[in-house]
Write a protein that binds this ligand. Structure first.
Ligand SMILES: [Mn+2]
Length: 356
């Protein structure tokens, strides 16, 4: 097992690569979608929650991530002694009609295939994604964690409809006609996922890239009037069984799984790690269940993280663990301090269990 750190787009700097290495990381997971562009949250916040308008504007629909930029980022990361393990999340600008089954779907499937081929060429082995209409919406932020540390959570369901031109909590068309997205059924959303996997997984296999699916965050049956796919642990089995390609893997989020109302988190970790289908792991702790839960410091939630690690070890998980999100700490570098705390805990836990 390997220790990694996740960095948002605006954090892809030499200083942050060095910070990750200093905190014990050997691997990085990076975001190329900018969740902080023109939205309600500033870059200082580093914990996007957004409002009814989501995180803000999606990227440039006509500009896919280029092979050159992917290679340049990988090299800059390697220059600081780290490996680039994964990119997390597609930009809604590039694939919104895959999620929405809209008129641009053929072009958007080609976009996804192109991005995966470029990742393969650039030597980036995993693509994390979240097949969701509402995306990470409906969370609140506040002084929820130990010592009044700012954190995120949920305080009841959010069912405000999604405006036209928005998907996955980002605006891809600011000029869309006034109105809201019509609701669809759970079955329809599963059908869209199945088509996506059938179209893209053969390309991923050929490119040597694994797709890794994040569960719904927050894991509610519906958010903003739209269905969710993986809001109970058993839905992950359905996702794996939909397509037997070895490139069909999971971005296994302990936090989101523990927020779900069904299942025992240790059984869930055992069930999926035993099948060898974990792409990488979000190693995060929480307190409570949907629709009222809070993200906590890694040692302070409902989940015994050492026990989770023990199960992953027993089932021979060889991939990367990252802290996902953490509460922010009261100092001049709130995000970095929170991450350094989680990384130190994870490093010590791994050492205790004899994981190198
Ligand atoms: Mn996660």
């Amino acid at each position: 097992m390997k220790l990694g750190l996740g960095l948002y787009r605006h954090m892809l700097t030499r200083e942050n690569y060095q910070f990750a290495r200093q905190a014990g990381a050997t691997h990085l997971v990076i975001h190329l979608v900018d969740y902080f562009r023109g939205g309600a949250h500033s870059k200082d916040d580093n914990q996007p929650t957004g409002n009814d308008q989501g995180w803000g504007l999606a990227g440039d629909a006509n500009q896919l991530w280029t092979l050159e930029e992917l290679v340049a980022i990988r090299k800059a990361i390697e220059a600081e002694g780290l490996k680039l393990e994964a990119i997390e999340n597609f930009d809604p600008a590039h694939w919104h009609d895959v999620l929405l089954d809209g008129p641009k779907r053929p072009q958007h499937i080609e976009n996804v295939k192109t991005l995966i081929r470029r990742m393969g060429k650039a030597g980036i082995p995993v693509m994390g994604y979240n097949f969701s209409i509402a995306g990470v919406a409906g969370r609140t932020s506040g002084p929820y964690a130990r010592g009044s540390a700012p954190s995120v959570g949920m305080e009841g369901p959010v069912d405000t409809p999604i405006p036209n031109g928005m998907v996955w909590n980002m605006i891809y068309d600011p000029k869309a006609p006034v109105g809201t997205l019509p609701p669809i059924t759970h079955e329809e959303l599963w059908r869209r996922l199945q088509r996506f996997l059938e179209d893209v997984l053969p390309v991923a296999e050929e490119a040597g890239v694994k797709l890794a699916a994040h569960p719904d965050d927050p894991p509610m049956p519906t958010v903003r009037g739209q269905p969710r796919l993986v809001y109970q642990p058993r839905h992950y089995q359905k996702l794996i069984d939909l397509n037997l390609s070895p490139a069909n893997t999971l971005e296994f989020c302990i936090g989101s799984l523990a927020e779900m109302t069904e299942g025992d988190i240790y059984d869930v970790v055992d069930q999926y790690s035993r099948q060898g289908r974990l792409g990488y792991v979000h190693f995060r702790n929480i307190r409570g269940k949907v629709p009222t839960y809070k993200e906590t410091f890694i040692d302070d939630g409902d989940v015994d993280m050492l026990r989770v690690l023990e199960i992953l070890k027993r089932n021979r998980f060889e991939g990367v663990l990252i802290p996902d999100h953490t509460p922010q700490m009261s100092c001049s570098a709130p995000w970095h301090a929170g991450m350094a705390y989680a990384m130190g805990y994870m490093k010590a836990a791994m050492k205790t269990l004899g994981i190198s």
